[in-house]
Design a protein around this ligand. Structure first.
Ligand SMILES: *[C@@H]1O[C@H](CO)[C@@H](O)[C@H](O)[C@H]1NC(C)=O
Ligand SMILES: *[C@@H]1O[C@H](CO)[C@@H](O)[C@H](O)[C@H]1NC(C)=O
Ligand SMILES: *[C@@H]1O[C@H](CO)[C@@H](O)[C@H](O)[C@H]1NC(C)=O
Ligand SMILES: *[C@@H]1O[C@H](CO)[C@@H](O)[C@H](O)[C@H]1NC(C)=O
Ligand SMILES: *[C@@H]1O[C@H](CO)[C@@H](O)[C@H](O)[C@H]1NC(C)=O
Ligand SMILES: *[C@@H]1O[C@H](CO)[C@@H](O)[C@H](O)[C@H]1NC(C)=O
Length: 589
């Protein structure tokens, strides 16, 4: 099924529209969403737009107009957009069966609806709704019936809405002001209705307002004349909330012809489609990198990683004949127990790979690799260069342990070691072969005593060494009052011989799209949770890139040297008052 694009070097994304979804209505009418489509869709990606509705021909013309309205200077986009005037249920090919068999019932797939009832009506009125943004409003609708009370434009508090859902008109003040007024008036929730002729919008906060969380749910709907009429006549109207399952609205076919789910669109913008397409490009380039010559050793081939033990394998590396190689890469992937992303583990957890080749060595069970799981997505696949750690593997039989938190749902892991020769230099004799490791520091709690735990370490460089590197894997987790270590900007320093400060700042931590910007590097897009935000040295669904510093020129190669690590928050020792976070790391020279 679906080998449409094999060998064409392009990916294809298929989207089926229905105007029964307020989310899709907003996706197709919001100016920023349409602009994102034109601006960010990678050139390798074609898009096929379909519609579920019987008005397919009209919808097709409308979709074309919507895109053309923002693509005046980007004619090339239209050449990659294909729109079908035939509704999905009349297509007569395999596409409907993919959409239907990958059905969904939430997370902006499926139909979010509100049901109005009144004792004066024979039948309930079911209407589409779009819930306000997840990272601003912390509450969702309960499974119950609420009474509905008119609160005008909601720009001033209203004593009558207590315990009820406030029915509020769009306009005259911001969505935030309306919801805040209704929350202060003790409303149970808010329904904002669009002005006549206006589309449903993505209700979000702006600027400063976003740091004030509001604890009632809110949604946007169209004006329903019978509701307005009943409220005007002081008749009782009740509302309840539901999600009606639907076929999927999106799927993709990557450059290799493989069908792919598109994950979770957190809010209505075509940017999520672009992120998925960008990831297809990444995945295609990764396949190319994996075709380079290398000696490949299988550690895990679809092994289950779960519980205290994680996944364990003992591999005999004697046959690998590693002495000629100066490069070691980890080809790792994390997939889920079932075919669908819905079978994938929740949350973003750290995954660590430990290796022990000699039980008597101080390096037994040192960390060889670190990744962060993709929250409910099973497509993660990464290639990480860990060459400086080659000396960990030079002793025959090695036991590899890959673990995440013991209470996480299972992941299915594959791990291949790729030994190869770098192209740094053509002449064999000029190549650098890592031969000695020195373990320096471990992580700790990021509080006022964090740096007290680190003392300068003295070392000498073995004779005939050509290069010395610091190799560090640092990730910040937890959340104190400053968001440290996950969402705060921290700096990390290796001070050599008291004078050379080698530092790195996690400056995208906490930024709105810090991790979304790394989809091209392999960060799995469209995860659940807040995968888009920048983080302290890591992203959901991505390998942690080792930080490598060539310190050779800072050293006395024949005498004694010192190295000291420290980590700072805003240029000072951290000093949180609540819940200090954790920093994890390890270094090697
Ligand atoms: C979608 O539905 C809304 C009201 O429900 C309507 O105003 C709008 O014209 C419809 N759009 C299309 C493309 O049919
Ligand atoms: C309407 O909502 C109120 C408040 O939640 C509830 O007490 C009442 O039973 C509901 N009425 C109907 C007909 O659902
Ligand atoms: C906005 O404010 C004006 C002036 O107070 C009022 O007449 C109008 O009804 C308000 N709009 C809505 C949608 O309530
Ligand atoms: C992984 O296991 C499958 C099923 O046992 C096998 O077909 C495949 O060749 C293995 N792949 C590698 C790279 O070992
Ligand atoms: C090294 O160079 C050769 C020849 O140019 C090339 O085929 C090979 O892919 C390169 N390997 C790497 C790891 O870049
Ligand atoms: C390096 O250390 C040696 C031995 O202590 C010393 O004689 C030499 O002066 C040092 N070189 C530099 C450049 O400091």
């Amino acid at each position: 099924m679906g080998a449409a694009c094999v060998g064409l070097n392009v990916s294809l994304i298929i989207h089926a529209f229905t105007n029964k979804s307020a989310f899709l209505e907003c996706l197709w009418t919001s100016l920023s969403s349409l602009t994102d489509f034109v601006q960010y869709l990678p050139e390798s990606c074609h898009v096929l737009f379909l519609t579920f509705d019987d008005t397919a021909l009209r919808d097709a013309l409308w979709m074309k107009e919507q895109i053309q309205s923002v693509s005046t200077d980007r004619k090339d986009v239209m050449s990659r957009v294909h729109i079908s005037p035939v509704p999905v249920h009349e297509l007569g090919n395999w596409i409907p069966s993919v959409l239907y068999s990958w059905g969904c019932n939430g997370h902006n797939c499926g139909l979010a609806q509100v049901t109005f009832t009144s004792t004066e009506w024979d039948t309930p009125v079911v209407a589409k709704r779009l819930d306000a943004r997840y990272d601003w409003l912390m509450e969702s609708w309960d499974q119950r019936s609420y009474s509905l009370i008119d609160a005008g434009d909601g720009c001033v508090p209203s004593a009558t809405v207590a315990a009820a859902v406030a029915w509020v008109a769009e306009g005259n003040c911001s969505f935030f002001t309306k919801v805040q007024n209704m929350a202060n008036s003790k409303a149970a929730g808010v329904l904002v209705y669009a002005a006549i002729g206006n589309p449903i919008q993505d209700m979000n906060c702006e600027g400063e307002d976003c740091s004030t969380p509001l604890s009632i749910p809110a949604s946007m709907v169209h004006l329903e004349p019978c509701v307005v009429h009943a409220l005007w006549k002081k008749q009782l109207v009740n509302v309840s909330f539901q999600i009606t399952p639907t076929p999927n609205f999106f799927f993709g076919i990557d450059q290799q012809g493989v069908l792919a789910e598109m994950g979770w669109f957190l809010y209505p913008t075509f940017r999520f489609m672009s992120w998925q397409a960008q990831w297809f490009d990444y995945s295609w380039q990764l396949q190319e990198r994996l075709r380079r010559p290398a000696q490949v050793v299988t550690v895990f081939n679809n092994s289950v990683m779960q519980g205290e033990g994680g996944a364990i394998a003992t591999v005999d590396l004697r046959a690998a004949d590693m002495v000629d190689f100066d490069m070691l890469e980890l080809d790792a992937s994390l997939s889920c127990p079932g075919r669908r992303d819905e079978t994938c583990a929740h949350w973003d957890h750290t995954v660590q790979l430990f290796v022990c080749c000699d039980h008597f060595s101080p390096h037994c069970n040192m960390e060889l690799g670190r990744w962060i799981t993709a929250f409910r997505r099973g497509s993660g696949h990464w290639l990480t260069d860990v060459s400086p750690l080659l000396p960990l593997l030079n002793n025959g039989k090695c036991t590899f342990t890959m673990k995440t938190v013991s209470w996480a749902m299972p992941w299915v892991t594959s791990l291949y070691l790729r030994f190869s020769s770098s192209n740094h230099s053509v002449r064999h004799s000029d190549k650098l072969y890592p031969f000695k490791l020195m373990s320096l520091y471990n992580g700790g709690t990021f509080d006022k005593d964090y740096n007290k735990g680190y003392q300068p370490v003295k070392f000498t460089v073995p004779a005939s060494t050509k290069e010395v590197e610091v190799y560090a894997v640092i990730t910040g987790h937890g959340s104190d009052e400053n968001g440290c270590g996950e969402f705060c900007v921290t700096s990390h320093h290796f001070l050599i011989n008291g004078v050379f400060d080698n530092s790195r700042i996690f400056d995208s931590a906490g930024s709105a799209l810090g991790c979304a910007a790394r989809v091209g590097e392999g960060a799995v897009p469209n995860e659940h949770g807040t995968w888009l935000y920048g983080r302290g040295g890591w992203c959901d669904g991505l390998q942690v890139n080792p930080w490598r510093i060539d310190i050779s020129s800072q050293l006395n190669m024949t005498g004694s040297n010192t190295i000291l690590y420290f980590g700072l928050y805003e240029g000072h020792d951290p000093n949180p008052t609540t819940n200090p976070g954790l920093k994890g790391k390890s270094e090697v020279v």
